[in-house]
Design a protein around this ligand. Structure first.
Ligand SMILES: [Zn+2]
Ligand SMILES: [Zn+2]
Length: 455
């Protein structure tokens, strides 16, 4: 395979060499992604090329309006567009909550033809859900390379104080102006890097899913993501000084992970156990009324946290498993339901079980998986041994002054320990954490994070 990422004369991303015989259906990338310098004044022509109309609502907060929103607004107005600004004022960072989503909704009129978000995660998601609900196309003008969600079609939101995910839509146009991105504060850049580093785990888990459960692994998407992640690791010094090269490499890594979602229609290449754990921290902290760390920063910390388990399993020998003992210690369906309600809350636990009905395994299925793991242990080891050493990953984050440990992020110990046990239960998606659990090795592998369900 020979994937090439290039740009046309308008700084629009062009992907070539996208042939793949993996068996899953591959769609064309049909969105316009622009990466380059001095792009903001050119946003009107990008919108005209795409024919989105002339009436828009521009969503920003005070910071992003000053940083980029005003320039885009003025360029559009000068080019004959009608722009209704929706600048959300908050004392602290804007959260994608009911109130912010409502402000955008009430700015939309019957004349509105498209929406523009100017910002990173929260503002994009606030706009994204409105675009989905109104059927209007939207344009995302990024302001920081802090997370990989620009290309996402799912909106993480806060509804009545509870963290929820809602299906939404991907922007028609994504604009990543490298001059603007280079002004992002270092913690936001470290967060973007953390989000990218998680892809090592996501890809490893995907390949394990292929080995154990016959999932279709797409080598094209795997290569696209791994090339981008490796380039980022090799160029961390460029990122640390925010050189154009460094910021471009980070931006591409964040975007290309999302491009795989467009190509194959799922997020397998993007997120696995490291995202589950990070999202769990965020969900519970929000419930406790605590402002959670940045998404990508938590993903980076969770990646470092789970890494030693992946390294250890690379030396695992499953030949001596005591099958009868594993069977005897299995959770019954009732006990597992109790665990799910305990870990995710009464409502959340029920919801996850409804969404992932096949996640409670019959003994026959568990035994099949154990046998598959035993017979393919060499393949499993090969996947795990292809990961770079943990120290390489740690050094990347350290170079950027990023968070390294759950303590750096003030994750309470009870939450940390529980997350290590329940992260795998967040969704059906196969992960090494399921292998460990299904092979009866969790007590051993997770002994550093003791947790027992009360009762
Ligand atoms: Zn992420
Ligand atoms: Zn493929």
């Amino acid at each position: 395979m020979n994937i090439q990422v290039s740009y046309d004369e308008n700084s629009r991303m062009v992907l070539s060499g996208l042939s793949c015989g993996c068996g899953s259906e591959h769609r064309q990338m049909d969105k316009d992604i622009y990466v380059g310098k001095g792009l903001l004044p050119r946003v009107p022509e990008m919108i005209r090329r795409r024919g989105l109309g002339l009436h828009c609502v521009l969503v920003a907060d005070d910071t992003t309006y000053a940083l980029a929103g005003r320039t885009v607004h003025e360029a559009l107005a000068a080019d004959g567009f009608t722009v209704v600004p929706c600048v959300i004022h908050r004392e602290e960072d804007v959260l994608p909550d009911d109130s912010a989503c409502g402000e955008v909704l009430l700015s939309i009129t019957r004349d509105t033809e498209f929406l523009i978000s100017v910002g990173s995660g929260s503002l994009t998601d606030t706009t994204r859900i409105n675009a989905e609900r109104t059927g209007l196309p939207f344009v995302a003008v990024g302001t920081a390379p802090s997370m990989d969600g620009y290309t996402s079609a799912v909106a993480p939101l806060l509804h009545r104080g509870v963290k929820i995910q809602r299906p939404a839509v991907c922007p028609e146009i994504i604009v990543c102006d490298l001059d603007i991105f280079a002004t992002a504060p270092m913690p936001m850049i470290a967060s973007g890097v953390g989000d990218v580093l998680g892809k090592y785990i996501a890809i490893a888990d995907w390949r394990l899913g292929e080995i154990i459960n016959g999932e279709v692994y797409c080598p094209l998407c795997g290569e696209l993501v791994m090339n981008a992640v490796n380039a980022l690791v090799e160029n961390v010094d460029e990122i640390a000084v925010k050189s154009e090269k460094g910021i471009r490499i980070l931006t591409e890594a964040l975007l290309l992970a999302g491009v795989t979602i467009m190509l194959i229609g799922h997020t397998r290449a993007v997120a696995s156990i490291e995202h589950n754990i990070a999202q769990y921290w965020e969900m519970i902290l929000v419930q406790r009324g605590v402002r959670p760390p940045m998404h990508g920063a938590s993903v980076g910390v969770a990646t470092l946290l789970v890494w030693p388990l992946f390294e250890r399993f690379a030396h695992e020998d499953l030949s001596g498993l005591d099958i009868e003992a594993i069977k005897a210690r299995r959770l019954s369906r009732e006990r597992r339901a109790e665990w799910m309600r305990h870990a995710f809350g009464a409502e959340g636990g029920e919801q996850i079980m409804r969404d992932n009905p096949e996640d409670f395994l019959s003994w026959e299925e568990q035994l099949r998986r154990i046998r598959a793991a035993q017979s393919r242990i060499d393949d499993i080891r090969a996947v795990l041994r292809s990961l770079p050493p943990r120290e390489t990953i740690r050094r990347v984050l350290q170079t950027l002054n990023g968070d390294l440990t759950p303590q750096d992020e003030q994750i309470p110990e009870d939450l940390l320990n529980l997350s290590m046990w329940c992260g795998k239960d967040y969704r059906t998606r196969y992960t090494l954490f399921k292998t460990i659990d299904e092979c009866g090795l969790a007590d051993d592998y997770l002994s550093a994070w003791p947790y027992r369900m009360p009762g």
